[in-house]
Design a protein around this ligand. Sequence first.
Ligand SMILES: NC(=O)c1ccc[n+]([C@@H]2O[C@H](COP(=O)([O-])OP(=O)(O)OC[C@H]3O[C@@H](n4cnc5c(N)ncnc54)[C@H](OP(=O)(O)O)[C@@H]3O)[C@@H](O)[C@H]2O)c1
Length: 316
Amino acid sequence: MVVLLLLLFLLPFLLYVTAPQIRKMLSSGVCTSTVQLPGKVAVVTGANTGIGKETAKELAQRGARVYLACRDMQKGELVAREIQDMTGNQEVLARKLDLSDTKSIRAFAKDFLAQEKHLHILINNAGVMMCPYSKTADGFEMHMGVNHLGHFLLTHLLLEKLKESAPSRVVNVSSLAHHLGRIHFHNLQGEKFYNSGLAYCHSKLANILFTQELARRLKGSGVTTYSVHPGTVKSELVRHSSFMRSMWWLFSFFIKTPQQGAQTSLYCALTEGLEILSGNHFSDCHVAWVSAQARNETIARRLWDVSCDLLGLPMD
Ligand SMILES: NC(=O)c1ccc[n+]([C@@H]2O[C@H](COP(=O)([O-])OP(=O)(O)OC[C@H]3O[C@@H](n4cnc5c(N)ncnc54)[C@H](OP(=O)(O)O)[C@@H]3O)[C@@H](O)[C@H]2O)c1
């Protein structure tokens, strides 16, 4: 009985005490680049919270002009001021971008292109996970619409500016969850079958396929692109699932902080000499293995064409 009681009290205590060390062990991968960014321009989508906010903060710390592309302007303005105060960089600007509405994406791009001569770093970070079945303003299933098609359109609209600003980079935040993803071309909008967890996985697979096809198309342009798994990170991503929320809470001592979660995006955006690895997938600041589906060039090309078709974009 005494042993049992001791275990009951001792175990949580020990876990509590050792959690920082365990978390450190599990969250290897730190961006050690010392590159500074005065005169550089960056856009980070979904920068008002979580991984995006920490990514934007670090880019601002290094002197870049950083656009926080957020769907909620109140949150965006608040975070812009917070980052300005923390870093002393006043060129942190919140702008409206709702990736679930192509009109909003086009309006964001139009204003940005009119305002800025350059774009050196585009971080396609925003994301939704496990939403109940819903559609974007343009009728796309929400995960595919926001996580893939929204960023596909945004990148497309900003591509000339990225080329003019080369060397420049596009970082697409994907996930390990892509391993469970499939591109069901006959059910891209989830109308025939829908599972919120799988819908997230499919969209994250699309992020990797997009990165690879984009890298192929941008060869020699000076624009390079990378996909990223940030790790398992304590953020608001699990807001739609009470099961995932309780899992995150239960294991919160062991999962990455948003600042740790931002490291691989920063690594891909900043590390010198990474150009040769354009199109690759990264995790913990190293090249990471992707699923067979994610390495399939035929699917990547077809997804590119279908995405162009859905968004009314020219195919080449
Ligand atoms: N957390 C993890 O463990 C984990 C693991 C693997 C991959 N990731 C990926 O990491 C990225 C960042 O996620 P996070 O963990 O930092 O999640 P988060 O805290 O929920 O942040 C997501 C961001 O995306 C924004 N967003 C959502 N829908 C949007 C829309 N329609 N238009 C514009 N912005 C929108 C959110 O804005 P609001 O605040 O207004 O909702 C928020 O700023 C995501 O792509 C996610 O898939 C995360």
